[in-house]
Design a protein around this ligand. Structure first.
Ligand SMILES: *Cc1c(COP(=O)(O)O)cnc(C)c1O
Length: 456
């Protein structure tokens, strides 16, 4: 399988290079040259399914037996025998719990595997790399947990001091591994992101440390997420299924669209947003207009621009990289981008619907689900359930993807239901584990010298 950039100027690469590169050199995102048909689904569990679904994207770049072993290890870290269990909450309505991984967020599904893929390919090449990232919450802990056993990867995660939740901070700072480092920056999340960008823009520094990122534009993360759509459809007997997806960067819901391209019975995709509803406004108006970010109860969806949307835009442009590059540059300079009615009619209208839900609706949905079923759901999942109930079609089963464990957001859950969710057993002692973090000022030179000092 070869991969092409959505902006048409970067070299075509194979899977391993795409894995390590993340972003393409022309600023675009890598996509496969074609979407392969679904293979025959194997007997066995989630790891076997993941191996079968991903194999055509990897080809012979990674040995098939090694890939299966990595899938088994990655999904062996999930604390539920079904890995991603389906729970019915109403007639024709299910929740798929994607949060049984080590850090209780759906990002574990991709990052537990991607960490292992990184280490495998680096070992083969005799290389090492340094991952630097900024986090406002879930991504940092999931990335750390995904690489904490990697021999060839070091990771430094910057977070804004005093501005992430206690659970989120503890999940990052209590990991005791020689390659894991967290930095508490005296500043905001934007300051952290700017520091990371500045490190990547310093070409000498980037080369010296072989810097890499594991953000959601990495193709391998999207690929790993295709698997649970296939699993859900299979578990519901193979009939067409609608999925409702709490959406931020569009990576998760894009994976559902790809499952459909591969031939899985995806009836439709509901894109759920909180008050940061750039996508809902796009689906209503066919025009993408950026606006500021406001904080909500579902912080992992507080985004201004959904970076993975570019992969769908590339398809809408009939895979014309030049046209896509032009649209993206127009969007960057004007904060606005429109699509043609025929593009909309062909690519969006048949498959996508969208709905948004503010904090009030989020709390009401958490309360409603608790009263009807006794189940606690987190605020991100609640946005998804609300979107389901706003946009579902009669007679089509709907699966809402549950993207975080309720115990990750105990204050919001308690506010809605009166019940404070407890951490699962493997994290029960989280608050008594020793923390290890390094406070630094919002200063590029100080951060660079720290990163250099911890590289192995
Ligand atoms: C990252 C995240 C999302 C958004 O997923 P995207 O792939 O960025 O759309 C939703 N919910 C939770 C809990 C997350 O951590």
């Amino acid at each position: 399988m070869r991969y092409v950039s959505t902006r048409g100027q970067a070299p075509e690469l194979g899977f391993n290079d795409v894995l390590l590169a993340g972003l393409a050199t022309d600023g675009g995102l890598y996509v496969p040259a074609e979407y392969p048909p679904l293979p025959e689904l194997p007997l066995g569990g989630y790891a076997e399914l993941a191996h079968a679904v991903m194999q055509p994207y990897i080809g012979n770049e990674i040995d098939s037996t090694a890939l299966l072993a990595m899938c088994r290890e990655a999904y062996g870290t999930f604390r539920h025998p079904a890995t991603v269990p389906l729970v019915q909450i109403d007639t024709d309505e299910w929740i798929m719990e994607l949060f049984h991984g080590p850090t209780l967020a759906f990002k574990d599904v991709a990052l537990q595997l991607v960490g292992r893929l990184f280490d495998h390919v680096l070992a083969q090449r005799g290389e090492r790399l340094m991952i630097v990232g900024a986090t406002s919450g879930d991504t940092g802990s999931a990335a750390i947990d995904g690489v904490k056993r990697c021999d060839n990867v070091d990771i430094v995660i910057l977070y804004p001091q005093g501005r992430v939740s206690d659970v989120q901070r503890k999940q990052m700072t209590t990991v005791d591994a020689p390659n894991v480092h967290t930095v508490a920056i005296d500043g905001t999340f934007d300051d952290c992101q700017d520091l990371v960008k500045a490190m990547f823009n310093d070409a000498a520094f980037r080369t010296e440390l072989n810097l890499s990122a594991v953000n959601s534009i990495n193709w391998a993360r999207v690929m790993a997420q295709v698997v649970y759509y296939v699993a859900a459809i299979d578990a519901l007997g193979g009939r067409p299924v609608c999925f409702s997806v709490p959406t931020g960067n569009f990576g998760n819901v894009l994976a559902g669209w790809i499952a459909g391209e591969m031939g899985a019975e995806v009836d439709s995709l509901i894109v759920g947003s909180n008050t940061n509803d750039i996508l809902t406004r796009f689906f209503d108006s066919q025009s993408m207009v950026a606006s500021g970010v406001v904080p909500t109860l579902s912080p992992s969806m507080d985004i201004q621009v959904s970076s993975n949307f570019e992969r769908l835009l590339f398809e809408m442009n009939d895979r014309d990289g030049g046209a896509t590059a032009e649209q993206m540059s127009q969007f960057r300079s004007t904060g606005r981008m429109g699509v043609e009615p025929d593009q909309y009619a062909r690519w969006i209208a048949p498959t996508f619907r969208a709905a948004s839900c503010d904090d009030h609706g989020t709390l009401a949905t958490m309360r409603n689900v608790y009263e009807a079923t006794g189940m606690l759901i987190d605020p991100h999942t609640a946005v998804g359930v609300s979107a389901t109930r706003q946009r579902k079609a009669q007679g089509v089963p709907v699966v809402t993807l549950a993207t975080a464990h309720p115990a990750k957001f105990p204050d919001a859950v308690e506010r809605a239901t009166g019940v404070r969710p407890t951490l699962p057993e493997h994290l029960a002692d989280l608050f008594s584990r020793p923390e290890r973090t390094h406070p630094l000022p919002n200063d590029l030179a100080a951060v660079q010298s720290y990163v250099r000092s911890v590289a192995r």
